[in-house]
Design a binder for this molecule. Structure first.
Ligand code: ATP
Length: 342
C-alpha cells in the first residue's frame, strides 16, 4: 500500500507536450481510475508512474520519496496491460512464478505465492495448462496473478479488460473489485474507456482532458456535480442531454444539462414538448428520443417497456433541482430548483 504524490508532472515527446502539468494525491489503498477521450494522456500518465517513460518535469513521489529516477523494478509496482503478454510455451504456473524465480526467490515460497494467487483468481484447476488452452478471461486472470505474486505496493492497469467480450468483462471486473478488497486495499490505478468500469471500480475517478486534470472526485460526485460541460458529457450513459439558447435562457445559463432519468413524461403542462423519433427498450428500462426542436433529440428514461411510438407528441418536465447550468466557457454554475430562480 503506497500513497502517491504527483506534482506538476509534465511529459513531452520531442516538441509535443502530452502531459501539461498534472498534480494529484492518490491515497494509500485507493482505487483511482483515469478516464478521458482518446489521446488525452491516460496511458502516458500511467507509464510515467510505472517508470516506463521519463518524466520531463515535476515530481512523482511514493510515500513521500521522490521516484523520478528510480527504475521500474525498484518502484514496487506491477502493471497489467490490455495484451496479456504471457509466455506461450510456459504453463500458467510457470508464467506466474517466472518473475519471482528470476528475482532469486526460494522455490517453495514461489509455489506458495502462486497457489495463493491462483486460489484468489479461481485459476487453481488451470495451473498446468498453456496459455493457448485458456479463454481470454482466464489469460487475463493469469496476467493479473503474475502481478499479484510480486506483492506490489501499487497495481497499475492499462485497459485490462478491453480485449474481452461483454460477459467476461463483467466477470473479470467483479474479480478485480474483489481483488482490491482482498489485497488489503493495495493502491490501484486503472485506465479505462469504459464508463461502467470507471463508475463501479473507482473510489475516485480522475477525468483527464488534453493532458490536464479536468476533475477528480468519487463516481457519484462526478455524476451529480460535474464541474464542467466536458465532465457532464463524459460521465454517464446515455450522455447527459444538453440544451442551449431558448431552452437555457429561462435558467439564466448559456446551456443546461439534464440526465435522461431526470426528465419525466407528463400528461399535462410540462416544460417542453416534442415528437418521439425513436425508442430503445433495454428490458428493465426504455429510452425515448424526443425531438423538442434542439440540436439533438432529448433522451428520456422510462421505467419498464415504453408505450410510446415514433410520431407521438409527448410533454416532458425536468425533475426539480436536477437541471445543471453551464456558462459560455462550459463551466458549471450549479443546479437550480426551478427556472427563473437563478
Ligand atoms: N512514445 C511516444 N512518442 C510520441 N508520441 C506519443 C508517444 N506515446 C504517446 N504519444 C502521444 O501522446 C498522446 C497521448 O497518448 P496516450 O496513449 O497517453 O493517450 P490515451 O489517453 O491513453 O489514449 P487512448 O485512450 O487512445 O489509449 C497521443 O497523442 C499519442 O500519440
Amino acid at each position: 500500500m503506497a500513497e502517491l504524490q504527483l506534482r506538476d508532472i509534465r511529459k513531452s515527446f520531442g516538441a509535443f507536450e502530452v502531459i501539461k502539468g498534472v498534480s494529484m494525491d492518490i491515497r494509500a489503498g485507493e482505487f483511482m481510475v483515469f478516464v478521458g477521450p482518446s489521446g488525452c494522456g491516460k496511458s502516458t500518465l500511467l507509464r510515467l508512474i510505472a517508470g516506463l517513460e521519463d518524466i520531463t518535469s515535476g515530481t512523482l513521489a511514493f510515500d513521500g520519496e521522490t521516484v523520478n529516477h528510480v527504475v521500474p523494478s525498484k518502484r514496487g509496482i506491477a502493471m497489467v496491460f490490455q495484451s496479456y503478454a504471457l509466455y506461450p510455451h510456459m504453463t500458467v504456473f510457470e508464467n506466474m512464478s517466472f518473475g519471482m524465480q528470476l528475482a532469486g526467490k526460494d522455490k517453495e515460497q514461489c509455489r506458495k505465492r502462486v497457489e495463493a494467487a491462483a486460489e484468489m483468481l479461481q485459476l487453481t484447476p488451470y495451473l498446468e495448462r498453456l496459455p493457448r488452452q485458456l479463454s481470454g478471461g482466464q489469460r487475463q486472470r493469469v496476467a493479473i496473478g503474475r502481478a499479484i505474486v510480486r506483492d506490489p505496493k501499487v497495481f497499475l492497469f492499462d485497459e485490462p479488460l478491453s480485449n474481452l467480450d461483454a460477459a467476461l468483462r463483467v466477470a473479470t471486473r467483479i474479480e478485480i473489485a474483489r481483488l482490491h478488497r482482498s489485497m488489503h486495499k493495495t493502491t490501484m490505478i486503472y485506465v479505462t474507456h469504459d464508463q461502467v468500469e470507471a463508475m463501479t471500480l473507482a473510489d475516485r475517478i480522475c477525468v483527464l482532458r488534453d493532458g490536464l486534470v479536468e476533475q477528480i472526485g468519487t463516481p457519484l460526485e462526478l455524476y451529480e456535480r460535474p464541474n464542467s460541460l466536458f465532465v457532464a458529457g463524459f460521465i454517464g450513459s446515455p450522455k447527459m442531454n444538453f440544451l442551449s439558447a431558448a431552452f437555457a435562457a429561462p435558467y439564466n445559463a448559456h446551456r443546461i444539462g439534464i440526465r435522461a432519468e431526470h426528465l419525466e413524461i407528463v400528461e399535462q403542462g410540462g416544460e417542453w414538448s416534442g415528437t418521439v423519433v425513436h425508442s430503445e427498450m433495454l428490458g428493465s428500462d426504455s429510452y425515448v428520443y424526443l425531438d423538442v426542436g434542439a440540436d439533438e433529440p432529448v433522451i428520456v428514461r422510462e421505467g419498464g417497456t415504453s408505450r410510446h411510438q415514433p410520431g407521438q407528441t409527448l410533454r416532458i418536465s425536468p425533475t426539480p433541482g436536477q437541471v445543471h447550468r453551464f456558462d459560455a466557457g462550459g463551466r458549471a454554475i450549479g443546479r437550480v430548483e426551478m427556472r427563473g430562480a437563478a
